[in-house]
Design a protein around this ligand. Structure first.
Ligand code: HSE
Length: 356
């Protein structure tokens, strides 16, 4: 397929997800162009911890990755301009058409991601994000803004890492009525529970989840069930058009799960899992996250390590289950990449329609 266009991208955040995306764009550029007709230039990378790299004609991604590996910074060997300029100014100078927002989730107000996304949408940029907070806290506002400006706001990487739950619901299950959701949405707590079953302590298991790159910067988000609750809120918006808030989720994390409880469950032929559920009750949608002891016959109980599993109850199909990676830098970056390709595909269709 011939590439017709070069997409200009700006990236906010250069943690494991941002770096993962740059790696995927760099390593796979031949396949992305040859198979998907997708060519991209990253014109801006802005990171609070690692500096800023700005080049409107496109950064050399190989150089960015090399420089980062050697110095832990973005802005030394690559052409860095004024790193102190406000994000809005950097974004405008970059000439980007798509903002990729990959800063960490901050449930206390959603910043800086929320302002980044607002700014990009107001200026008519498409937005792809893996940052859960802005979507969970301000979905209605951001979605309205995107519609008003005629751009897309996609967030596959926010739920189940790069495993395409949202795309499956949006595209593959288009026309179905989604009646409910049940699954394991948090990778790190599933990892911790799995390791505790092997006799590891809670603390050791948490430390390992951090090195696997799935624990949030603030681990209480994971172990107290906030992360799974936020993902349920995102699903409530995306799949049910329900205006749910994080406080509406009946939430309990894994901090009160003891090795004895895990052992007792094992003796009963069960496993303790942090179960996330959305259920219709009359006209209401109820959300809960809580540790549940599940029989081994339940496929959710079979899940080990950092995978996620989600069953969507979709009329007329019945249960449709998607199991796969639930986090990690490159895996989540794959969700961002899929969203970018979706934007490029839609734009191509629109161009064809306009040309008539
Ligand atoms: N902390 C999250 C988890 C990362 O453990 O699932 C992926 O969203």
């Amino acid at each position: 397929m011939a590439a017709e266009k070069i997409w200009k991208l700006a990236l906010a955040g250069f943690g494991s997800v941002g770096r993962g995306l740059v790696e995927l764009l760099h390593e796979n550029r031949g396949r992305l162009e040859g198979r998907f007709g997708f060519r991209a230039q990253v014109c801006l990378i802005a990171s609070r911890s690692h500096g800023t790299a700005l080049m409107p004609s496109g950064l050399s991604l190989g150089e960015v990755l090399r420089t980062f590996a050697e110095t832990g910074r973005l802005g030394t060997a690559c052409k860095a301009e004024d790193t102190r300029a406000p994000f809005e100014e950097l974004l405008a100078r970059s000439g980007a058409e798509v903002l990729i927002e990959a800063t960490p989730t901050n449930l206390n107000g959603g910043e800086p991601g929320l302002s980044h996304i607002r700014c990009a949408l107001e200026h008519g940029l498409h937005v792809v994000t893996s940052n859960k907070a802005p979507i969970a806290l301000a979905y209605d506002e951001l979605n309205r803004l995107a519609r008003e400006r005629g751009v897309r706001l996609l967030f596959e990487g926010t739920v189940q890492g790069g495993t395409p739950l949202l795309a499956m619901a949006r595209e593959g299950l288009a026309g179905c009525a989604i009646e409910g959701v049940q699954g394991i949405l948090n990778a790190s707590t599933n990892y911790v529970l799995t390791e505790m079953e092997k006799g590891r302590t809670y603390e050791d298991a948490c430390a390992e989840a951090r090195s696997a790159g799935v624990l949030e910067e603030d681990p209480t988000l994971d172990v107290e069930g906030w992360d799974a609750a936020v993902k349920l809120v995102i699903l409530a918006h995306a799949l049910f058009d329900a205006n749910m808030r994080v406080e509406d989720v009946d939430r309990e994390g894994i901090t009160r799960v003891t090795p004895e409880m895990i052992r007792d469950a094992k003796e009963r032929g069960e496993r303790i899992k942090l179960l996330a559920e959305l259920k219709r009750e009359g006209s209401a949608l109820r959300a809960s996250v809580r540790p549940m002891s599940l029989p081994l016959s339940n496929p959710i109980a079979a899940l080990d390590g950092t995978e996620n599993i989600v069953t969507l109850y979709a009329d007329p199909l019945g249960p449709v289950t998607l199991r796969g990676s639930g986090g990690g830098g490159r895996e989540t970056a794959q969700g961002i990449l899929a969203d970018l390709l979706s934007i490029a595909r839609y734009a191509q269709c629109e161009t064809r329609e306009t040309r008539g």
